[in-house]
Design a protein around this ligand. Structure first.
Ligand SMILES: C[S@@+](CC[C@H](N)C(=O)[O-])C[C@H]1O[C@@H](n2cnc3c(N)ncnc32)[C@H](O)[C@@H]1O
Length: 224
């Protein structure tokens, strides 16, 4: 049986079930100095330096901690209270970081006027049919001229078993805690990303980093 309900709910539930082991499973003992994420660290820290930053889908806060080294402040958000609880355990000593439980597709109760924003490993989970709505809601929270950075994976280990749905989403099957999930796992190319963002910015930059990640960064440049 696969989880019924929206694709977004499946993603949220899948991560909720792994909150306590997520950090150790994916980051071990914090590898931000590793060569493999050096370019991503540099991009995030230099782009968001001195800014009041909104983070979407912070998880256990691996990237929050990195961005906090140069940002003025960060409001780190995630839809799962269990993820926020894990992030708080690790980062409660950072005076420029605060946390909020917030669904990325509504950002309810999140304030406005952020001068920067970012998310890591979240774009892949946004259903194609909700990209525009997601970006519109995000941009309402940003000041004009705010830089935004999204970073995600270039490949999935089991890509050969992925299937496509009618919206053009790539779907991956995952099993955790005895439950099966169908997750949106999109890996958009440069042209697709430029198309998705064309109504939000005239200043967009796509990069491929060291074989594992892509990033897209842009300046909030158009009113909506
Ligand atoms: C792959 S993890 C990435 C976490 C973190 N950014 C990182 O790179 O380690 C995806 C995160 O998205 C969160 N998430 C899933 N659906 C969400 C939604 N609708 N709104 C906000 N966060 C969501 C999950 O709870 C999880 O923490």
């Amino acid at each position: 049986m696969f989880l019924s309900g929206g694709r977004e709910e499946a993603v949220a539930e899948y991560y909720k079930l792994q909150a306590t082991e997520y950090h150790h499973k994916y980051y071990g003992n914090d590898t931000e100095s590793d060569e493999c994420v050096k370019a991503e660290v540099e991009l995030l820290q230099s782009t968001l330096k001195g800014l009041d930053v909104l983070e979407i889908a912070c998880g256990t806060g691996f990237w929050t901690k990195i961005v906090a080294e140069t940002a003025k402040s960060i409001v780190a958000t995630d839809t799962n209270p269990s993820m926020i609880a894990e992030a708080k355990k690790r980062l409660s000593h950072l005076s420029n970081v605060s946390f909020a439980v917030a669904d990325a597709y509504s950002l309810q109760n999140v304030s406005e006027g952020f001068t920067g924003a970012f998310a890591v490993l979240f774009w892949c989970h946004i259903p194609r049919e909700r990209i525009r709505e997601f970006l519109t809601i995000l941009h309402r929270k940003l000041a004009p001229g705010a830089p935004v950075v999204f970073i995600c994976q270039l490949e999935d280990s089991d890509a050969e078993s992925h299937i496509r749905d009618e919206y053009g989403n790539t779907l991956a099957q995952r099993r955790i805690c005895g439950r099966n999930f169908t997750l949106v796992k999109n890996i958009p190319g440069k042209e697709q990303l430029l198309e998705d963002l064309k109504d939000f910015s005239e200043d967009i930059r796509y990069r491929v980093h060291s074989g594992s990640y892509w990033s897209i960064s842009w300046i909030n440049g158009k009113p909506h």
